[in-house]
Design a protein around this ligand. Structure first.
Ligand SMILES: Cc1ncc(COP(=O)(O)O)c(C=O)c1O
Length: 425
């Protein structure tokens, strides 16, 4: 049974590239860590102190999470136009575990935007579910093109298949784009018509580069059929603390799904780490100093991602401006000829060349889109902020972080690798 669902699966592509770069670094070789989606920023002192304060809490606590966290998360969502009862909230050891639990609990095949985060398809496969990739509209990210979604649903239904879960990522990884409100509304209407459950991964929602960007939640439009997940790994750079929350729809259907997720949680992680839950309760209450930290991070991510995008365009890669988070997803389609002269004919070959020749990490398109003949790779820009906490704090505080020597040196190395890739062999 295990062999059939895990056939061909391997360690998650992003973690694998992280391990490879780590080994290269330990061997004294230069690396440019643009593969793994981690945030190289220091833990805010308020969070450090809160963790120390709660370190003595060593009980398991309730499966759904402590009241303090569920109440704070409910307030966080209410401030984003989603009135929430704490009973609708479940805490977990990272939003990744919660996403998997929801996919398991939903017991249905899964529609995914192409591209979308690597783990959704892998998790659906682990859950024994079929994945349907649906392309996003040009320039959008994190949600499928509604017309193509409708066509896919019709095709599936004609074949007697029924994908009943749709995952959206608002704002998106890998494209760094924020889907338009109109597209989200159109998708919500389709979800209604086809009885889809929407799983909206909003872990990057607090990181728009321009704070005025609207980051639309599908739960605004289809509250009775949307589960929202988020966490602190990206906004507050505490990925290693493993903390996340899910918001289930109000009403009988949402409660039934939540109860199934609680059953799964009780058999897999029991409860999220208790001291971290208390820190997360403080963070989701959004004290002003943490809000300011998140705003400063988003600004820094925006400046560095925009520079990486500009450097990619200089060599002829195509990509829309990144709008949120810390990823760029360029298309090298126009550069197929010079790449072929390097012996590179697909995205995996491109990623491999960059890591072998320059220690430059990236993740190739098929990880995000399924089998696809495309010269696209994702670069992460959030690990370029310095080698020490002192440098990283200075990066956060700088008016012009691109002028800091440690950031400009990394971005220049990125350009050198791209120039070398596309120059004469
Ligand atoms: C789109 C997306 N969702 C979820 C996660 C997982 O986050 P967490 O640390 O909360 O498990 C990531 C992390 O890379 C991500 O990029």
């Amino acid at each position: 049974m295990l062999a059939s669902t895990m056939g061909g699966m391997k360690v998650s592509a992003t973690l694998a590239i992280n391990q490879e770069l780590l080994a290269r670094r330990q061997a004294g070789q230069p690396v440019l860590p643009m593969g793994f989606g981690e945030v190289g920023l220091p833990v805010h002192p308020r969070l450090r102190h809160a963790l120390a304060e709660h370190a003595g809490r060593n009980g398991y606590g309730p499966v759904a999470g402590v009241d303090e966290l569920r109440t704070a998360a409910a307030g966080y969502w209410a401030r984003r136009g989603l009135p929430t009862d704490p009973a609708q909230v479940v805490a977990g050891p990272g939003s990744k575990a919660l996403l998997y639990a929801v996919l398991l609990a939903a017991e249905a095949d899964v529609a995914l935007p192409a591209p979308s985060w690597v783990s959704y398809a892998a998790q659906a496969t682990l859950a024994g579910r079929r994945v349907w990739h649906v392309p996003v509209e040009p320039g959008q990210g994190g949600a499928p093109d509604p017309a193509r979604l409708a066509a896919m649903l019709a095709e599936a239904s004609a074949a007697g298949e029924a994908p009943r879960v749709l995952v959206l990522t608002v704002a998106d990884n890998p494209t760094g784009r924020v889907v338009s409100t109109a597209t989200v509304a159109a998708i919500a209407a389709l979800a209604e018509a086809h009885d889809l459950l929407i799983l909206s991964d909003e872990i990057y929602a607090d990181l728009p580069h321009d704070p005025d960007t609207v980051v639309p939640s599908p739960a605004w439009f289809a509250p009775e059929r949307t589960v929202v997940t988020t966490g602190l790994s990206k906004s507050l750079a505490v990925g290693g603390w493993r903390t996340g929350v899910a918001r289930f729809p109000a009403g009988a259907r949402g409660e039934a799904l939540r109860d199934r997720v609680l059953t799964i949680a009780s058999e897999i992680w029991s409860a999220a780490p208790l001291p971290v839950q208390h820190v997360a309760a403080d963070a989701f209450a959004e004290p002003v100093e943490l809000r300011q930290r998140i705003l400063a991070s988003a600004r820094l991510h925006g400046q560095v991602a925009a520079s990486a995008a500009a450097r990619l365009r200089t060599v002829g890669a195509l990509l829309p401006d990144p709008q949120a988070g810390f990823y760029v997803y360029p298309d090298f389609a126009e550069l197929a000829e010079p790449l072929a002269r390097r012996g590179i004919t697909d995205a995996a070959g491109l990623s491999r060349w960059l890591v072998d020749q320059h220690g430059l990490g990236s993740v190739p398109a098929p990880e995000f889109e399924g089998p696809v003949d495309a010269l696209r790779v994702r670069f992460t820009t959030s690990m370029l902020y310095g080698e020490s906490d002192t440098e990283r704090l200075a990066s956060l505080q700088a008016d012009d972080p691109l002028a800091l020597p440690w950031i400009s040196a990394q971005l220049d190395r990125f350009s050198e690798a791209l120039d070398d890739l596309l120059g004469s062999p």
